[in-house]
Design a protein around this ligand. Structure first.
Ligand code: IPE
Ligand code: IPE
Ligand code: MG
Length: 226
């Protein structure tokens, strides 16, 4: 396949509505969503042209949710990554966001996964946890303020983001029909192609991934030129 995105990103939205429509408990939607996340990472790892994949798993604003929902989401995150740890695939994981808010055990686990996978040269997966796009820019600005006195460039900011290990996002998919960014990787989304399918994240699958990529390939990216 040609003309595929180098960096694809997902706002995995619609888990609770998916469960509600089926008369299932809320957290079952998150459980199915976590399974789809794991499958999607594996599917993407088989597409050589795609080098980076970012997933919005939990936003800075998601702390507003009930404690029981938050802890269900985090045990699923723990489960998904424990499985990846055992599988030893050629995937490099990078956690982005404010991990300091998680339990010390989960923090350690996430850092270990990052450490153990850092020399893998297959797909790079950015997992956004307690992540906010604005907070990421603030992070970069604070780093730059400590480091230099002269005026900063947009390149300086890009290089100091929590997400600096990946290039700009080429293609963003947000499931569930909502057409907003909800404070995702704002700086990296400046020139991304956007796709807002109606189905919820737990209904995403390989066929839908391939359809989305077909749609991306038809887009005419001009970047302000002719
Ligand atoms: C996305 O699904 C998962 C997270 C935000 C953690 P939601 O939980 O937002 O489900 P909906 O959008 O309310 O259906
Ligand atoms: C965005 O979804 C965050 C994640 C998918 C992790 P939300 O469901 O939290 O966003 P809003 O509230 O609809 O904007
Ligand atoms: Mg939502």
């Amino acid at each position: 396949m040609q003309n595929l995105p180098t960096h694809i990103a997902f706002i995995m939205d619609g888990n609770r509505r998916w469960a509600k429509r089926r008369g299932l408990p809320r957290d079952y939607g998150h459980k199915k969503g976590a399974e789809v996340l794991a499958d999607t990472i594996k599917n993407l790892a088989n597409i050589k042209e795609i080098k980076f994949a970012s997933f919005f798993a939990f936003s800075t604003e998601n702390w507003k949710r009930d404690e029981s929902e938050i802890s269900a989401i985090f045990s699923l995150v723990d489960e998904v990554f424990s499985k990846f740890e055992k599988q030893n695939l050629n995937i490099r994981f990078k956690m982005v966001g404010d991990l300091s808010k998680f339990s010390p055990e989960l923090q350690q686990k996430l850092i270990k996964i990052e450490e153990n996978s850092k020399n893998n040269d297959g797909l790079t997966v950015l997992v956004a946890l307690s992540y906010g796009g604005r907070e990421d820019v603030v992070f970069a600005v604070n780093k730059l303020m400590k480091a230099k006195k002269s005026a900063v460039t947009s390149e300086d900011i890009a290089k100091n983001l929590q997400t600096a290990c990946a290039p700009d996002i080429d293609f963003l998919i947000r499931t569930s029909g909502e057409m907003r960014l909800s404070n995702f990787m704002l700086y990296k989304l400046a020139y991304s192609e956007l796709y807002f399918p109606k189905y919820a994240w737990p209904s995403f699958n390989k066929k839908r991934l391939l359809k989305a990529l077909k749609i991306y390939k038809k887009r005419n990216r001009r970047f302000g030129g002719n």
